[in-house]
Design a protein around this ligand. Structure first.
Ligand code: AP5
Length: 210
């Protein structure tokens, strides 16, 4: 099954993509995580992406599209995948549509209001390995330390309030038009992404399997 998770920053796409991917036995492919891994290992791509990401702007299409093209054609993605954070504008959606990966089955659209988005992002903390917590809703057992690997928990550089506001602006301008793009193709599946994480996972799994 080939799925796209679409929605504003902080809507819970990464949280759910991880759980749904496990449920379906397919990889969770997050362009944000891939770019952060490049920054952490100091690659040329990471150096080019960092300034844009820290300002809440999109990384240039050419870089993201070639990074994604390589990942999506890996053997573990042959039976399907969840794309989280890609496509993010019309150029990326067209590149995906004209690629050889096959047709997309569903686009899961996360519906969350803006106050809740800011609350979620403000409380988000994570470790270098990508394990994510929320200070109020999903705190680690020991403050500031990851339950899984014992690494320190930090705030993402693009999670400050000023940058969050810009990410939301960029989302509305660049990414929101994709709702119509995929609606015209009959692929949109709306999910009200409020309430307990496990309930949202169940809703998504039931809907994509129906
Ligand atoms: P990316 O990493 O994709 O960030 P994003 O889309 O802004 O999304 P987030 O990771 O902020 O949120 P999420 O929806 O995954 O929410 P999460 O599950 O973490 O991209 C970062 C940057 O990389 C971009 O700004 C851009 O610069 C660049 N980039 C990436 N892809 C690109 C592309 N294709 N083209 C160009 N540039 C690209 O949840 C958020 C918080 O809420 C967590 O604390 C979580 O614990 C909590 N939470 C989750 N669910 C619930 C719930 N049900 N109830 C309460 N709390 C919850």
């Amino acid at each position: 099954m080939r799925l796209i998770f679409l929605g504003p920053p902080g809507a819970g796409k990464g949280t759910q993509a991880h759980r749904v991917a496990e449920g379906l036995g397919i990889p969770h492919i997050s362009t944000g995580d891939m770019l952060r891994a490049n920054i952490a290992s100091g690659t040329a791509l990471g150096r080019e992406a960092a300034t844009r990401m820290n300002a809440g702007e999109l990384v240039p299409d050419a870089l993201v599209i070639s990074m994604l093209a390589e990942r999506i054609t890996a053997a573990d993605a042959a039976a399907g995948f969840i794309l989280d954070g890609f496509p993010r504008n019309l150029a990326q959606a067209l590149a995906l549509e004209t690629s050889s990966v096959g047709t997309i089955d569903r686009v899961v659209l996360f519906i969350v209001d803006e106050d809740e988005i800011v609350r979620r992002i403000d409380g988000r903390r994570g470790c270098n390995q990508g394990h994510t917590y929320h200070l109020d809703d999903h705190p680690p057992s020991q403050p500031g330390v990851c339950d899984v690997d014992g690494e320190p928990l930090v705030q993402r550089p693009d999670d400050s309030e000023v940058v969050i506001r810009n990410r939301l602006k960029v989302y509305r301008r660049e990414t929101e038009p994709l709702i119509d793009f995929y609606d015209e193709r009959g692929l949109i599946l709306e999910i009200k992404a409020l309430g307990p994480v496990q309930h949202i996972t169940r809703q998504i799994l039931d809907a994509v399997r129906a």
